[in-house]
Structure formats: C-alpha cells, structure tokens
Design a protein around this ligand. Structure first.
Ligand code: PMP
Length: 281
C-alpha cells in the first residue's frame, strides 16, 4: 500500500477518491509524465516538467495550483514511500464536469502523483536486450503530446506479448516513428546513429535528447531521419530509449536478427555513459 499525492494532499492509496465525472475518466482527457530517480536524485526533472507544461498547453488543460511545487512533491513522495531508486508518475486531467464535450470544469484540475520503486539497471531489457515486432502506427497525429489516451499502446504491447516478443515498434509511411513507449535508434554499418527527427509524429523523449548529446560527445555521426523497415537487415545495432528502459538493446525485429543477436558495442558504451550521467548528474 503506498502513499500518493492527490489534489493537494498526501493520502493512502485506499483513501484516494476521484470523481466518476472526472474528464480523464469520461473523455480520456489527460496528460502524464514519468520521471525516474536514482539514489534519491531525479533524472532530467526539469525537462520532464517542461514537457508536461507543454502537453497541458497544447491540450488547453489548466496547470494545477501545485505547479511550482511539483519537484518538491516528487521528492517528498519518494521519501514518504521509502524509495530512493524508482519512478514518479504524474497525471493531470481537467477535473470533473458534466459529461459534455466542450464544457470547462468549474473546479481544479486533477493532479495525481505516485511513486514506485524500480531497479532499472537490473531489468532484463537493460541487461540482455529485447525482441520486438513492427506494427503500423494507428495512433493520432499529435504524438508529441504525452497523453494518457494509451489504448493503442496497451493493445500493441499485449499483442507483442501474445506473439512471444516484448514490445512493438510503430511505423508510418516514412519509416519507424517510435516504440510503443520509447524512441528508436539504429546504428548502420558505417557506425552512423539514426533516429527520427522530432515532429508531431513522435514524442520528444527526454532520454532521446540526452542520448543524442552523449552520442555527439563521443564523436558519433548522427542522422535524424526515419529508419526504413528494411534497414534492420543490415543494421549493426539497434536500441530503444525511455525514462524506464534507460537504453535497451534490440536483438531481433520481426524475427530478423540484428547483426549477431547481441547488444552491440556502441549500445553498451552509450548505456555506460548514460548510467554515469544519471548517477552523477
Ligand atoms: N515515446 C513514447 C510513445 C513514450 O511513451 C515514451 C516514454 N515516455 C518515450 C517515447 C520516451 O520518452 P522519455 O525518454 O522521456 O521517457
């Protein structure tokens, strides 16, 4: 049983109440963020909070009154749950209103925050890598907004599991967009690192941005363009990034083995650099 933060109060999860008329529930109107902490220190919290603010603005959802306190609440929530390494999840919805498409709630936006202990660096995905499938990206065209409207992702991840792999990469008419909850990178035979440029077609991952910085620091050539579906056949390495995956090597895509089916040297180097960054930033 954990302590959560709901609309200004720290409460036991069993005592928390949200209205059945909350627009997050009735219309799927909601924004979220996931920020990780390593040894009590948050990773890229400012970037996550900036993205949260942007998502709210793009959807016309008011910022909650705790706006300037969010990073303090994040820290306190970890402490109250005795967590040093784990994640904080934040969700904001417009709040409760009669069920009408356009009406604006009179009360405050709903702010829910919860914490969970996770040992990211010991996950099988991080240590051993993942197998993935590719599926057409059936989501909407505002994937730059981090919305709680996650049914396509839930379906894609369940479909992956039922096919014996652990995740799904999405593609559109230009190539790979992103993973169901991650950004996708490919290292080609020349050692060039390729990932899709930012646009409304994908989420601007905070981990993606950090990895691009680290890649440039170690002298890698970076191309921001869509990865073609056929490129996995000749790829030297492949990986996904997210706050919770950190960097997870991709071993196979739709059964195609990437190089020798093991995490490649550039992936391992970036994992090490990123771990240094999150431990000592
Ligand atoms: N794309 C999608 C669709 C995601 O859900 C996530 C995870 N939040 C990412 C990319 C990676 O973003 P981040 O590195 O900020 O966790």
């Amino acid at each position: 049983m954990s302590i959560i933060f709901l609309n200004g109060h720290y409460v036991h999860e069993k005592d928390a109440r949200i209205s059945p008329f909350d627009r997050g529930f009735t219309f799927g109107e909601g924004i979220y963020e996931v920020c990780i902490a390593i040894n009590g220190k948050f990773v890229d919290a400012l970037e996550h909070l900036a993205r949260l603010e942007r998502s709210l603005k793009e959807c016309g959802i008011d910022t909650p009154p705790e706006r300037d306190e969010l990073s303090n609440i994040m820290s306190e929530l970890l402490q109250k749950n005795d967590i040093t390494t784990g994640l904080v999840y934040l969700q904001i919805t417009p709040g409760a209103s009669p069920r009408n498409f356009t009406i604006r709630p009179e009360g405050r936006p709903t702010l829910l925050m919860l914490a969970q202990g996770v040992d990211f660096k010991r996950s099988p995905a991080f240590l051993d890598g993942i197998h993935v499938q590719m599926r057409q990206d059936i989501r909407w065209l505002r994937r730059d907004i981090k919305t709680t409207m996650l049914m396509p992702q839930v379906m894609a991840k369940r479909d992956a599991l039922s096919n014996g792999v652990s995740d799904t990469l999405y593609y559109d008419e230009y190539g790979i967009t992103e993973g169901a909850s991650s950004n996708v990178f490919l290292v080609d035979a020349n050692g060039t690192l390729i990932t899709r440029a930012l646009s409304n077609h994908l989420l601007a991952g905070c981990t993606r941005a950090r990895i691009l910085d680290l890649a440039q620091n170690i002298g890698l050539t970076v191309e921001d363009r869509p990865i073609q579906l056929t490129e996995f056949v000749t790829a030297a390495e492949c990986f996904v990034t997210s706050a919770t995956y950190l960097i997870a090597p991709i071993l196979t895509v739709d059964g195609v083995i990437i190089k020798d089916g093991k995490a490649g040297p550039i992936t391992r180097l970036l994992q090490n650099k990123y771990c240094d960054y999150i431990e000592y930033n």
